[in-house]
Design a protein around this ligand. Structure first.
Ligand code: FAD
Length: 427
């Protein structure tokens, strides 16, 4: 177990979050190497009665994995990955990230319903539901989860699955952190082996307002016809507040030829400047998507659910917001993350994730250079938030914002989630 305090030469690096706009300075960061370290760290914190946070991949949008003047328990070194082909499961440590898991599983030919960004922690991703490019074929990340091992804040190890602590197993799939302990391992059912995948990328950097609006209206309807083998993330963006661009990234579990045939109608909607389809082993497509992510950013962002019925005037409002981004912003965007397919095979009440009937997550994001003053960017985000709020319903807990009420993450499952969380917090 390694501890880093404020006077340590590695302290500043040890505080950094993926979102560089998060600046929190804990007193002590404890890097746990083993389950025993995790237990010891929790128990010693209980005796100090200081604030603490649990950290793994450091990707929480708003920095919930750190705290000022308290303790951070970092589990990113819990890196074991164990594949059991007889049982058709994979068991991972609480610190494993998307990249390591994709790479390990690919050696045996398995894909995984993980996220797009390589350095996101799989535990944090999963407990928030876990959206990804494979979700329409294999379900959300939490849908493959079979069990979790967790060390409670009073030092007990518990195993949570459908037969043990079944209410907690319900809550932890899509409910986020229940604030009862630290996950040291997770077991998932393996998806079926896949021989091939295609990475999809389309981009046009300058479209007119009317083109963008017509495209987005068309896209929302067309998306309903898309086979579940394909998922797409479609972004309306501006890099300078003058031009509007449209960018589509996707993954298809079909070869290039079949994928192109299915997406022909999409490609022909606009004069895309980049049209890229690359097929091969699944890991090749995964790597291409992962490698498109920067190592870090300074941003603020959030995600709400959309039923795919945004109107012309809704999109008009989004475009106007993009054209009003402050000069400090280097990039701003509205993004449709595709839902549907296998996500909808599971009922809304089966897990804490209550938005399976929705068509998209509507993401909103503003990014600035590291040395820019973000005050105007935050103002833009706040006023834009209230505009997209009325076009959408419910919020995605993995894309959180403090601008809203916690109940928004749970929809119809809020009362049940709250009562389970309270039950275990009071044990
Ligand atoms: C660039 C980027 C891309 C993203 N892409 C996606 C995406 O494609 N799909 C998606 O669904 N989400 C995505 N996310 C959101 C991401 O899944 C969540 O922020 C998730 O919580 C990150 O987990 P982490 O371990 O990386 O982050 P951390 O900041 O380390 O942890 C976030 C929180 O998760 C909990 N947590 C993490 N590990 C443990 C553990 N072992 N035990 C108990 N609690 C734990 C804690 O409450 C912690 O505060 C993305 C985020 C970013 C910044």
């Amino acid at each position: 177990m390694k501890q880093i305090k404020k006077n340590h030469p590695e302290y500043i690096d040890a505080c950094l979050a993926w979102n560089r706009a998060v600046t929190k300075y804990p007193n002590i960061i404890t890097f746990c190497q083993t389950e025993a370290d995790v237990r010891q760290a929790i128990l010693s914190i209980q005796t100090h009665n200081l604030p603490f946070a649990i950290r793994s991949g450091r990707h929480h949008y708003e920095g919930a994995s750190s705290c000022d003047n308290g303790y951070v328990i970092d589990v990113s070194s819990l890196q074991t990955i164990s594949i059991d082909e007889l049982k058709q499961t994979v068991t991972i440590g609480g610190g494993v990230r998307n990249r390591e898991l994709y790479e390990s599983l690919a050696e045996k030919g398995y894909p995984f319903p993980g996220g797009g960004c390589p350095s996101v922690g799989v535990a944090g991703f999963t407990i928030g539901g876990g959206w990804g490019y494979s979700s329409r074929l294999f379900g959300l990340g939490c849908d493959s989860l079979q069990s979790i091992t967790l060390i409670t804040f009073d030092g007990k190890t518990i195993c949570i699955d459908k037969d043990h602590y079944s209410d907690l197993f319900w809550a932890i799939r899509g409910g986020g952190n229940c604030e009862i302990g630290i996950i040291t391992s997770l077991t998932y059912a393996l998806p079926e082996k896949q021989a091939c995948a295609t990475h999809i990328f389309l981009d046009i950097a300058d479209v007119t307002h009317m083109q963008a609006i017509h495209f987005m209206i068309w896209y929302q309807q067309w998306f309903k016809t898309l086979p579940r083998e394909i998922n797409l993330k479609t972004v309306v963006y501006t890099k300078n507040g003058k031009n509007i661009g449209i960018k589509i990234t996707g993954l298809s579990y079909a070869d290039k030829q079949k994928t192109q045939t299915i997406l022909d109608v999409l490609v022909n909607q606009l004069s895309f400047e980049t049209i890229y389809f690359m097929d091969g082993p699944v890991i090749k497509a995964n790597r291409a998507i992962q490698d498109s992510h920067p190592d870090w950013e300074s941003y603020t962002s959030a995600g709400r659910f959309s039923n795919g019925q945004m109107t012309e005037s809704d999109w008009q409002e989004c475009l106007e917001l993009l054209l009003k981004v402050p000069i400090e912003s280097s990039y701003a965007a509205f993004t449709l993350y595709g839902l549907g397919g296998a996500i909808q095979d599971v009922p809304n009440e089966a897990t804490a994730f209550a938005f399976r009937h929705q068509q998209f997550i509507l993401g909103m994001q503003i990014v600035w250079e590291d040395d820019a003053k973000p005050t105007h960017c935050y103002q833009w985000f706040k006023s834009s938030w209230f505009i997209i709020y009325k076009m959408t319903s419910g919020s995605f807990i993995n894309f959180p914002t403090s601008l809203q009420n916690e109940a928004e993450y749970y929809g119809q499952n809020w009362t049940k989630f709250q009562s389970i969380r309270t039950k275990y917090q009071n044990v």
